[in-house]
Design a binder for this molecule. Structure first.
Ligand SMILES: *Cc1c(COP(=O)(O)O)cnc(C)c1O
Length: 361
């Protein structure tokens, strides 16, 4: 069986075990030198002035919105086809997610549809670099400037991707990252981070993630408990060094898939600028998606659907129940993710290509 993703294999590094021992023996587990070092390393990597470690990706996004003080039905624009966490981060702050259709050739928000969704309540645009592909920012910058909106990036799937020589995480006012084990940079549990060039925001976030306190037992804000622990930060310090080469390995497989899968029944992802995509997921669309998934399974290839149900059709979002987003619905009906990772062998990729090309529908 060709696994969709083998995180056990990805984390099989003696260096990680050594780091875990080191942290255990240090006797210091929360907000210590590993977290501080990771924040420095990750900010440098992204090209931002600041990085603030938090407990997970959802919190990263949620705390950005909280730190800006958006609430009370303030509106935030967000792509309708994103993973639900982007939208939860908005609604859990008492804000209104304003869903906008994607561009079906990029799967990212359609910049031409943003302006018509702006009202006097709009405070921010949340862009999501979905599947690992950096959003084309130019039109979004224009719109944000025109209406004085913040740009929040959901970079949970795109660690290391570039847009015009700048990395994801450094493309807006603040960016949320997740280090969930399956992400391109993943830890061995939950972890997250916020990057920004805004020193005032970074200070606020440092307080908010730690009970609203910068000085122990003195609480400036009604904060939360959302910290990146020393074990996870230590592991991330080890793994960050390999992120660029890991992404290169993914690009190699994506390139093989894109040049060698030739089957009119499958719509492959397109990309002009190789560096703009880090291939967190390699998705294809096909009319009989469930049949295709079963066919791959029978041929020893594991796949995953990202995602089977769009957020506006989820039971938790009854208020969106009678809205229609035809492109989003089409994507969710037809999309499927093929195996890809930095530890996948080229032989296995070759086998996936062969089986895809033999698919008759
Ligand atoms: C994974 C993910 C998140 C949330 O990250 P967690 O660490 O699981 O909370 C947010 N947005 C997107 C697009 C994601 O893929």
């Amino acid at each position: 069986m060709i696994k969709f993703l083998d995180v056990g294999k990805i984390n099989k590094r003696p260096e990680i075990k050594k780091k875990i021992d080191e942290v255990v023996e240090s006797g210091y587990y929360i907000l210590g030198k590993e977290c501080e070092l990771f924040e420095k390393n990750f900010a440098t990597y992204c090209g931002t002035r600041y990085a603030v470690g938090v407990a997970n990706g959802l919190d990263a996004l949620r705390l950005i919105i909280k730190a800006y003080g958006f609430s009370n039905n303030d509106e935030i624009i967000v792509p309708a086809n994103t993973y639900i966490a982007s939208i939860l981060a908005i609604s859990q702050n008492g804000c209104k997610p304003v869903l906008v259709e994607p561009d079906i050739s990029t799967y990212n928000i359609n910049p031409d549809l943003i302006e018509e969704n702006i009202t006097s309540k709009t405070k921010a645009i949340m862009v999501v670099h979905l599947y690992g592909r950096a959003v084309q920012m130019e039109r979004i910058y224009e719109t944000a400037r025109k209406y004085n909106l913040k740009i929040i990036e959901d970079s949970a799937q795109a660690h290391g991707a570039f847009y015009n020589n700048k990395r994801v995480g450094n493309l807006g006012d603040a960016s949320g990252f997740s280090f969930y084990p399956g992400k391109n940079l993943g830890c061995l549990g939950d972890g997250g981070c916020i990057t920004t060039n805004d020193g005032f925001l970074a200070d606020r976030l440092r307080a908010i993630r730690n009970y609203g306190s910068l000085v122990k037992y003195h609480n400036k804000y009604q904060g939360v408990n959302s910290r990146l622990d020393e074990l996870q930060a230590g592991i991330l310090n080890v793994k960050l060094k390999y992120l660029d080469s890991d992404n290169e390995a993914r690009r190699k497989i994506a390139k093989l898939y894109r040049t060698e899968i030739k089957n009119p029944l499958l719509v492959l992802p397109e990309v002009e600028d190789e560096l703009s995509h880090v291939w967190h997921l390699f998705t294809v669309r096909t009319a009989n998606r469930d049949g295709f998934q079963k066919y791959l399974q029978e041929n020893g290839i594991e796949t995953v659907i990202h995602y089977p149900v769009p957020p506006h059709k989820q039971p938790c979002y009854g208020e969106f129940g009678n809205m229609h987003f035809p492109l989003t619905e089409e994507i969710h009906r037809t999309i499927i993710s093929l195996p890809i990772s930095q530890v996948m062998s080229l032989d296995d990729a070759g086998r996936v290509i062969e089986v895809c090309n033999a698919y008759k529908g």
